[in-house]
Design a protein around this ligand. Structure first.
Ligand SMILES: *[C@@H]1O[C@H](CO)[C@@H](O)[C@H](O)[C@H]1NC(C)=O
Ligand SMILES: *[C@@H]1O[C@H](CO)[C@@H](O)[C@H](O)[C@H]1NC(C)=O
Ligand SMILES: *[C@@H]1O[C@H](CO)[C@@H](O)[C@H](O)[C@H]1NC(C)=O
Ligand SMILES: [Zn+2]
Length: 969
């Protein structure tokens, strides 16, 4: 579903200041882990709800597990829905009990496909305000006799026991009236608030995925239970309502002496419940509402953002081109009459691909050239492209069940780059998948605690199990292996198989293997044949059924090539068996100075003549990192590659310069090569001005900083970094006339940002001076002349080197900012202070929703912990408040699962390991919610860090000392 894991550039940059490149690893996506409070108890004015009859609650004579269908996590297959009539009236004012509620009437129509007397339908926190709670009807609309109706809150079911069996092949319906709470919990039908002209504005909006449509109306809430929906929303005249389809009528009503409008929407196409959406707001649109012949494309958001500041203009300019691109790419027309993109002030994920009504965090849709950075712009572009990619892949053709989520998300995370490239053809954005997805997810997938892309349908049942799936393996590894597949098939063959898959399964559901079948058919029809060693599914099975990936080691002297499961910690124990014994079918592309080639490695080892390289040449494998694996070489070849980088790095493609660095550091971590060899790959950087290799190096060196920034290694390391970055800083200073202009290309802009952020964070004096001056000008004049690209760095540097005055100024600007991206930059800068008491105060603020939005709590704590001074403060804070944090944000924040990872990143001592294990024991009872896995990973990482520091500290210290000594001579 939603894309929320993206690490925004802004954040990455601030992180560098204390050299944790990511206060932002919002890798998480999981909300709503099952520990949801039962809100029924909080809705006093409503008729009593009942009495679960779940056998789990019945203290009957037998203790054997019940076989009653309402005790199961999955719906029985006896009923198939085909239509819903839904009428909802959200009241955007508190009622007498101080609650916001919505009133609903709904009729679910279904076909009985196996005789049964049970109608089991999902329903969560809905209070049925009629008696009986539900009316079961036959196809003529006559009420049928019902013996009892139960609610089973544990499984979120409403269970209707019919007096007589429903008959096979006949249609029935279930009518209900209900009241739900319009809570601010970011799930189901929920409430969001924002301030405009001193007035609090309230909107009612939805986030149904993965399983909260049931919180808005009773429904068969599984992705394969597709149906059509007639949606009617009742609202006040000064509000506008949007849904998946266009409205077909507006009727005036008078209810309780007040005027209301009833907006009726056109019947939807056949679709899954998790894609249903409706929004009642005072938002304004820009764009073209469309008509009977043209598709409407509009961007919606707060009036100030959309009308006064035109923050939707960029999104509008790219949406139609991207939709057009995907129509062509999928060879399938866009299935709906319109596509609305809506910026929601409170949103837990990054965005959600609701069909025809895509919802976004403000930072993922709105862009203001005056205050937004190039990273903000790229984020808008890639998130819009991602969500639009789903309008076909995901919405038109949908996974059968959540266990195949990786296909849905991995696919969209790959093709988003293609859509984005179409809208911004000069950006070379497709290259960036290597940094943003491949390198990043390899770090996670190299742990023994990783997991395969696929899971079996029967292994994913509970909401917690579903929500666990929304992780970086699903998104980024999914994207990486699909890109690899598309590359070895060739784009043309891939697209052909894809189009036939979409045509075959439109308005229907699939398993991932269905895509392989269609791709295989495309392969079989291709002339000349595609060079595959085995079938598409046999090749892909090795990548999707087993976790991890191989390190391919090429000996250029003997020509022997081997593959081995790459584990970051060589001592870690892999307990998960693999049917392929951790051997993959690996497409190896390679180059020498003069030639290119390709080889399929299908066994643990092989001898390949072409890999024997003459003494005068080097060999480079995995060209442009289209393969999902790492590469190691014999010493001689490493030396030759490093020598090539130092003599003329332009002979090696820019993506592979980044790869050499990233592979080398990871191979060193895993003890395949010495750490100093990895450091050697960074020496040439003082001559490189390209973004990708620099970013790869900084991502790798972040770990060094985390391990050493509180030790004696840090002094020489800082000197080395200053020496390396100084030429880059001066290069951009000269080019941009002392940072008064901005380079054209995307990657040049990113390079410039890196130059400034790295220079400032390691304390290059000319950078700190620049930052202080620019910031002072802003404080003095109250006119912010700092270019948006450089704001994160300048703010952070000014706060770090400043005093209370600077912090207070940033806080004041943050509290009054009307722009979400600017707020994020300011909020990050607040964590750059070097005063412990200031940082502690910020931690307290992070849980105070009057000061910092709930959606930003985790990233605020994370950014404090990325500061070397704040790290232990954040850990103490999280430990002390764990139960409260879990309750407050554990259920509603997508990023919650990263919290533990963020506050334990520097852990590298036995003492810290003990603390972490103690933390685990102390909170067994309260639990860890969606961060349980992250806790296990933190323990594993801490152990690995301890060993790494012991083994490497001396050699690393000496290497840095040697480099700065060489400088001085
Ligand atoms: C908002 O409130 C402030 C202080 O109460 C007042 O000075 C200002 O005029 C108000 N603005 C609007 C647009 O009502
Ligand atoms: C609904 O009421 C508004 C304002 O009272 C009026 O302008 C509009 O014509 C009415 N619409 C219908 C369909 O009666
Ligand atoms: C649903 O709405 C369509 C119009 O969009 C209407 O033709 C149809 O009768 C409605 N179906 C039901 C079951 O109410
Ligand atoms: Zn997605």
């Amino acid at each position: 579903m939603a894309k929320g894991y993206y690490i925004s550039k802004v954040v990455a940059i601030v992180g560098i200041l204390f050299t944790i490149a990511a206060l932002a690893t919002i890798i998480a996506l999981s909300v709503l882990y099952a520990n949801e409070k039962d809100k029924n108890n909080n809705v006093p004015n409503l008729p009593e709800t009942t009495t679960p009859t779940s056998s789990e609650n019945t203290k009957g004579p037998t203790s054997a597990p019940s076989n009653d269908p309402w005790t199961k996590d999955r719906l029985p297959k006896t009923l198939t829905p085909y239509h819903y009539d839904i009428r909802l009236k959200p009241v955007l004012k508190k009622n007498d009990q101080g609650l916001y509620v919505f009133y609903g009437k709904s009729e679910a129509f279904f076909t009985c496909v196996a005789a049964t007397n049970l109608v089991i339908i999902h329903s969560k926190n809905l209070n049925f305000n009629t008696s009986p709670k539900a009316f079961l009807k036959d196809s003529a609309g006559n009420n049928l006799a019902v013996s009892k109706i139960d609610e089973v809150p544990q499984k979120q079911y409403l269970v209707v026991h019919a007096a007589n069996n429903l008959e096979d092949n006949k249609n029935y319906s279930l009518y209900t009236e209900f009241v739900g709470e319009l809570a601010d919990d970011l799930a189901g039908f929920y409430r969001s608030e924002y301030k405009e002209d001193n007035e609090t504005k309230i909107i009612a909006t939805t986030q149904m995925a993965a399983a909260d449509a049931r919180k808005a109306f009773p429904c068969f809430d599984e992705p394969a239970m597709k149906a059509t929906f007639n949606i009617t929303i009742v609202h006040k005249p000064d509000y506008v309502v949007l849904s998946n389809m266009n409205p077909i009528s507006h009727n005036n009503l008078t209810e309780e002496d007040e005027l209301w409008i009833e907006t009726v929407f056109d019947k939807t196409v056949k679709m899954s419940t998790y894609l249903v959406a409706f929004i009642v707001s005072q938002f304004r649109p820009i764009g073209d509402p469309g008509n009977s012949t043209t598709i409407g494309v509009q961007i919606w958001g707060r009036k100030k953002a959309i009308e006064d500041e035109q923050q939707g203009a960029y999104a509008l300019s790219i949406t139609k081109p991207i939709l057009d691109f995907f129509e062509e790419y999928y060879q399938t027309p866009y299935p709906l009459p319109k596509s609305d993109q809506v910026a929601i002030p409170d949103f837990s994920a990054g965005a959600m691909e609701n069909w025809g009504l895509v919802t976004y965090r403000e930072t993922a849709l709105l862009y203001d050239p005056a205050v937004s950075s190039i990273g903000n712009k790229e984020r808008v572009l890639s998130v819009v492209a991602h969500e639009l990619a789903h309008q076909w892949f995901g919405n038109l053709v949908t996974i059968q069940w959540w266990n195949d989520l990786w296909l849905n998300e991995g696919f969209a995370s790959y093709v988003e780059y293609l859509g984005a490239d179409k809208a911004e053809p000069t950006w070379n954005i497709k290259d960036l998948i290597v940094l943003n997805d491949i390198h990043r997810v390899m770090a996670v997938d190299a742990l023994a605690s990783s997991h395969p892309l696929t899971s079996k349908e029967e292994e994913v049942n509970t909401l917690a199990e579903i929500n666990q799936l929304f992780d970086s393996i699903t998104y980024s590894k999914g994207a990486s292996v699909i890109r690899m597949l598309s590359t070895f098939l060739s784009e043309a063959v891939f697209v052909e198989g894809l189009a036939s898959y979409l045509k075959d399964f439109q308005y229907d559901n699939t398993k991932y293997s269905d895509l392989w079948i269609h791709l295989q058919a495309a392969v079989d029809m291709t002339v000349p044949p595609v060079d595959l060693p085995q079938s598409v599914s046999e090749i892909m099975d090795t990548w999707v059924l087993q976790m991890g990936f191989p390190v391919v080691t090429i000996n250029t002297v003997t020509g022997v090539v081997t593959q081995k499961h790459f584990l970051l910690d060589p001592d870690s124990v892999v307990s998960r068996p693999s049917q392929f014994n951790y051997t993959w079918i690996v497409p190896i592309s390679y180059a020498t100075r003069a030639s290119l080639g390709h080889y399929w490695l299908q066994t643990p080892s092989a001898t390949v003549d072409a890999f024997q390289t003459p003494a005068s040449d080097w060999l480079l494998a995995n060209i442009n990192v289209t393969g999902y694996y790492r590469v190691n070489y014999d010493d001689t070849n490493w030396n030759k590659l490093i020598a090539q980088l130092e003599s003329d790095h332009s002979n090696i493609p820019v993506i592979n310069r980044a790869q050499i660095i990233d592979d080398a550091f990871n191979l060193a971590r895993a003890m395949y090569i010495p750490t100093t060899r990895a450091l050697d790959t960074t020496r040439y950087l003082s001559n490189d001005t390209e973004y990708m290799p620099w970013q790869a190096a900084l991502d790798s060196l972040t770990f060094f900083t985390q391990m050493f920034d509180h030790s004696e290694v840090y002094g020489p390391m800082r000197e080395y970094m200053k020496k390396q970055v100084r030429p880059l800083f001066h290069y951009f200073r000269d080019w941009t006339l002392n940072f008064t202009t901005i380079p054209e290309s995307l990657t040049d802009q990113y390079s410039e940002i890196i130059a400034v952020s790295t220079a400032c964070s390691y304390g290059l004096p000319e950078c700190v001076t620049l930052a202080s001056e620019l910031f002072k000008e802003w404080m003095d004049s109250n006119i912010n002349g700092i270019h948006p690209n450089l704001r994160s760095t300048i703010y952070c540097t000014a706060v770090a080197h400043g005093r209370a005055m600077e912090w207070d100024f940033v806080w004041e600007k943050f509290s009054t900012s009307n722009n979400a991206q600017e707020s994020d930059k300011l909020r990050s800068a607040l964590s750059c202070s070097r005063e412990p008491w200031v940082l502690n105060r910020l931690l307290e603020y992070s849980l105070d929703t009057n000061k910092i939005r709930k959606q930003d709590a985790v990233s605020t704590i994370g950014s404090v912990s990325s500061n070397v001074i704040g790290h232990s403060l954040a850990w103490d804070f999280v430990r002390a408040k764990w139960k409260f944090i879990l309750e407050q944000i554990g259920g509603s924040s997508f990023s919650f699962r990263n919290l533990i990872e963020q506050v334990t990143r520097r852990f590298s001592t036995e003492f810290e390991l003990k603390e972490l294990e103690q933390f685990k024991r102390d909170n067994q009872e309260a639990g860890f919610g969606s961060s349980a896995q992250s806790l296990e990973q933190a323990i594993e990482k801490t152990k690995a860090n301890i060993r790494w520091v012991n083994e490497n500290k001396d050699s690393v210290l000496n290497w840095f000392k040697g480099e700065i000594k060489a400088e001085n001579i």
